[in-house]
Design a protein around this ligand. Structure first.
Ligand SMILES: [Zn+2]
Length: 111
């Protein structure tokens, strides 16, 4: 007997953890089982990878933001010392270069 419903088990919306078979029609066959488009292992995996890529991107954005902050503080203290006359211009230049590079990395990341 052919079963043309999706193989996936889904939880209903009662909040009691009741589960039942997905009621959608099986549109694709993977690993010998029928799935609806949403539950096909390949599309579940694709969604998960897309989500994980999004999280990686957001994490990287936060990390770059912290780098800019740190470089900004270093640049500020180098500049402050230099203006007081007890710093070196080279430190200011280095700090400015680092800050510019960090900011460019943020812009490249944000697209
Ligand atoms: Zn399904």
């Amino acid at each position: 007997m052919s079963d043309d419903r999706c193989t996936e088990t889904v939880f209903d919306s009662s909040g009691w953890g009741h589960s039942s078979r997905c009621s959608r029609a099986a549109k694709v066959t993977e690993d010998g089982k029928g799935y609806c488009k949403q539950h096909a292992p390949s599309s579940v995996k694709a969604r998960r990878e897309k989500q994980s890529a999004k999280w990686d991107h957001e994490n990287e954005g936060r990390r770059l933001g912290r780098v800019v902050n740190r470089c900004g503080r270093v640049a500020l203290s180098a500049l402050t010392a230099w203006r007081k006359g007890d710093g070196m211009q080279r430190d200011v230049d280095d700090a400015a270069d680092a800050l510019i590079a960090a900011e460019a990395a943020v812009e490249a990341h944000d697209g």
